[in-house]
Structures are given as structure tokens and as C-alpha cells.
Design a protein. Structure first.
Length: 87
């Protein structure tokens, strides 16, 4: 059974999400490759997850909106190498 919670990184969900982490076996962290602040928010969510989640939980980092920068790589603010360094 899987439950997916889409908080859109909104601050009002921060207290609720930590309760969900306690039972989680994993998490998807999604950021917009064209928007630096969404990636920086992943650092908060990752740390928050690690504080309360099970030790063997899986974390998957997903770079989203890549189609918006195809043909114009200068729009892309993050490369895969930078994203890997977060985990």
C-alpha cells in the first residue's frame, strides 16, 4: 500500500508532514530544475525526513520540469551532479 502526499513545499504542512515521516518507508523529493529555490527547499525536507524517518528509508530525488529547458540549457539551474551531492 502506498500513500503519496503532495505538500508543494508549503510551510503550513511542515508540522503535519513530520508525523507522516514516522511511518514512511521512503520519500520522493521533487524540485524544478529551472528554479533554484525549489532545490534549496529540498535540503530542508531531506533533513526533516532524516530526523524522524526509519533508518533504512529510501529517498528519491526527482528533477522536474526538464522539458522547459530543452533547447535552451542556460535556463537549467541544476545539473544531476549537484543534485546527487544532496543525498
Amino acid at each position: 500500500r502506498a500513500q503519496l502526499w503532495d505538500t508543494a513545499g508549503q510551510e503550513r504542512y511542515r508540522s503535519v508532514v513530520k508525523q507522516q515521516y514516522l511511518r514512511a518507508h521512503g520519500a520522493f523529493l521533487v524540485y524544478d530544475v529551472n528554479n533554484r529555490s525549489t532545490f534549496e527547499n529540498c535540503e530542508y525536507w531531506l533533513q526533516s525526513f532524516k530526523e524522524v524517518a526509519q533508518e533504512n528509508s529510501t529517498i528519491i530525488l526527482v528533477g522536474n520540469q526538464i522539458d522547459r529547458c530543452q533547447g535552451n540549457e542556460s535556463l537549467r539551474q541544476f545539473r544531476r551532479k549537484r543534485a546527487k551531492s544532496l543525498l
